[in-house]
Design a protein around this ligand. Sequence first.
Ligand code: PLP
Length: 397
Amino acid sequence: MASFSASLLQPQHPTPAKSSDVSLQSPLLYRTNLPFRSLDGFRFLRNGSVSTNRIDAFTHRAQAVIDSGVEISDVPILTASEVVERLRSSRENSKGKQEFLAMYSSVVGGITTDPAAMVIPMDDHMVHRGHGVFDTAAIMDGHLYELDQHLDRILRSASMAKITLPFDRETIRNILIQTVSASRCQKGSLRYWLSVGPGDFQLSPSSGCHQPALYAIVIQDQSPFDSKGVRVVTSSIPIKPPQFATMKSVNYLPNVLSKMEAEEKGAFAAIWLDEDGFIAEGPNMNVGFVTKEKELLMPRFDKILSGCTAKRVLTLAEGLVREGKLGSVTVRDVSVEEGKQADEMMLIGSGILVRPVVQWDEQVIGDGKEGPISQALLNLILDDMKSGPPTVRVAVP
Ligand SMILES: Cc1ncc(COP(=O)(O)O)c(C=O)c1O
């Protein structure tokens, strides 16, 4: 006990401790796996101005820890501004390809462009119960693509998840556009969530959640859409039942595991089959086929997510029918055998647009190369994003 107290008190020494110091070798004081140890650690180590109360508190805690045999760690207690500071350095240290330009939160009632402040409350039921729905819209040349189609879908999802709206549709739409405007983003995506809201840690929102929430974030992504053919596998992760697959809720664990399964097998995505064995969808994309008879074929949307991109592809494909490049466009049940025998297979979604598939499991699709119809559909969608009608392009002021 004596040596333990001494090691706790030792860091009050004004000179910085060396790694050879006994105190740093103690598991009680030196935990290399704790983030920010070097930034703050035991704050009283540095300035020596901590009150005796605090030291006593630590000593008592240490005694309790020794008694219980559990290891103590140097977790600092932070002020709100220290938390924000640490969030900022954490963001800066983990900068990826995507940049977060602006976030709206109805909890604070405004937009921030500081990534360190882009947080949501822990007691929001969307965080700890998955009681939230979300949607997206691509940003291209300062325009939101298919915003209204995605908005309609998130409102449908919210209704299915029994989430009342924090604002009416028009207000939500205006907030989303204003958030993109504040971000000055030209190319990237807008993601937004409707949540039953913060309140408590119960299961039902009925007693604690008094105000549903809207969150939105603008993500800059300058990478071009890839048209290189990919490989897919059949997912062994069970598909969500139709009630949940048709709703875009935040419960994406099956989708995540399905995508990870694909990656583990060196593939781009895993394809779900429905309970009758028909082709369903990918983890965040729909699928389409071009048969030998030049029919564009897509699985029905009644048990899967009704993809906004897939629906738009079906409309734009009519142009290829008029040009004679396609014979027809059909939505119906598609068997695995029919899918694997198709001339072309493609993945369709707002994140990838149209991505040709050249192999599914062991089966090479068509001649194993990216098909001309997939390429034509990708070009049609890209043109639509850049110069489509106002029904699919909303200018951001
Ligand atoms: C499960 C699932 N299916 C299909 C899609 C494609 O939908 P959209 O084209 O609207 O992006 C998504 C999109 O995220 C999805 O999550």
